[in-house]
Design a protein around this ligand. Structure first.
Ligand SMILES: C[S@@+](CC[C@H](N)C(=O)[O-])C[C@H]1O[C@@H](n2cnc3c(N)ncnc32)[C@H](O)[C@@H]1O
Length: 332
């Protein structure tokens, strides 16, 4: 059997399984979830390398030794481990909600300048600020690098009910005079039209449409999102829902974890406006891009997306990267 046909059948069976069986008694504490965190190591190192090069392109003579590196939602800590081992960073602090991930980090990263605070980013940020202030005064330094990778999009749903961006950002950025912020998050792409036709492998549109409706219901997406049959292999679908379907299909083996989060909710323009309060627009750089794994999977899964005239659309840019820096110049 040729490879493509085999993958097609594999995916069909996985989609059917999810549709027929749902997530049953799945809980975030089951085995899949543990594996999910164990798989983060390589991606953590990769992210750290990207963050380091982003920071060094903001400032060539960046003095790492003047900074504490704060990672919010750093999972099992591999991003911080890489930064501690490959830069002159003074210390690294991780604020992470998941206790299992925190335990791995504490076990694996043996470094006196590594600190883990377990808990919710919104509620624990002031405790973390106190810890950073203490490190600053002990080491006679004053800088903070704040790295948030693939976490902001989860916060409103995985934090406190009364989560408010302005309050969170005030607590996160407000008190530091020398700060760098680097983040990359999934967003809704701007290079796709509001409505399009989508096909995945050669999967029957009936199956794709059922899966799309499941994704829409489970994510409690708005009534404006829609999906309907458009011939044997295509569905006609709204942009946000189309992108959610792709993300969920690309990680179909982790469906029960992935379906707990929506990846198209962040509004980069709104966040840029809020960020400009702390960094000013002149000190902020944003970019729309893709991860290499999204590009690879888009090709592997033989995705076809057509506009209303039937022309093939480009790969959607489903990530947003932002970086910013403020440095207080000392007199004398
Ligand atoms: C998609 S993972 C990203 C992990 C890592 N930053 C990366 O880029 O590979 C999201 C992480 O954010 C954490 N997280 C989610 N909500 C959080 C919250 N309210 N406070 C702190 N961490 C949170 C999760 O436990 C998870 O480790």
């Amino acid at each position: 059997m040729i490879e493509e046909e085999k993958n097609n059948i594999d995916l069909k069976n996985k989609l059917k399984k999810v549709l027929d069986e749902g997530c049953g008694s799945y809980s975030s504490l089951d085995q899949n979830y543990h594996e999910y965190f164990n798989n983060f190591k390589e991606t953590g190192y990769k992210k750290a390398k990207t963050v380091i090069s982003q920071i060094e392109s903001l400032r060539k003579d960046f003095d790492w030794s003047n900074y504490v590196y704060l990672s919010i939602g750093g999972a099992e800590g591999s991003e911080l481990e890489y930064v501690l081992n490959n830069t002159e960073i003074a210390a690294a602090v991780m604020l992470e909600k998941d206790s299992y991930a925190c335990d791995i980090a504490k076990k694996e990263i043996k470094n006196n300048n590594f600190f883990v605070v377990q808990g919710d980013a919104y509620t624990k940020i002031n405790e973390v600020n106190q810890l950073i202030t203490k490190i600053h005064s002990e080491k006679k330094i004053d800088g903070v690098v704040i790295s948030i990778q693939a976490v902001l999009h989860e916060l409103p749903k995985r934090s406190v009910e009364q989560f408010k961006w302005p309050v969170f950002f005030d607590n996160l950025f407000g008190r530091w005079k020398n700060k760098v912020f680097v983040s990359r998050e999934p967003v809704v792409p701007f290079n796709w039209p509001e409505k399009l036709r989508l096909s995945v492998y050669n999967i029957d549109s009936l199956l794709l449409e059922r899966f799309g409706r499941l994704v829409k219901d489970r994510l409690k997406m708005s009534h404006n999102e829609f999906i309907e049959l458009s011939g044997e292999k295509y569905v006609c679908v709204s942009k946000k829902l189309a992108v959610e379907i792709l993300h969920k299909i690309f990680y179909i083996d982790d469906f029960c974890y992935e379906i707990e989060e929506q990846l198209t909710e962040l509004e980069p323009d709104f966040l840029m406006q809020l960020l400009s309060k702390y960094f000013s627009y002149n000190n902020l750089f944003e970019m729309r891009l893709n991860s290499s794994s999204f590009n690879t999977k888009y090709k592997e899964f033989n995705i076809s997306a057509l506009d209303e005239q039937g022309f093939e659309l480009p790969i959607p840019l489903v990530f947003w990267s932002v970086s910013g820096e403020v440095r207080e110049v000392k007199n004398g």
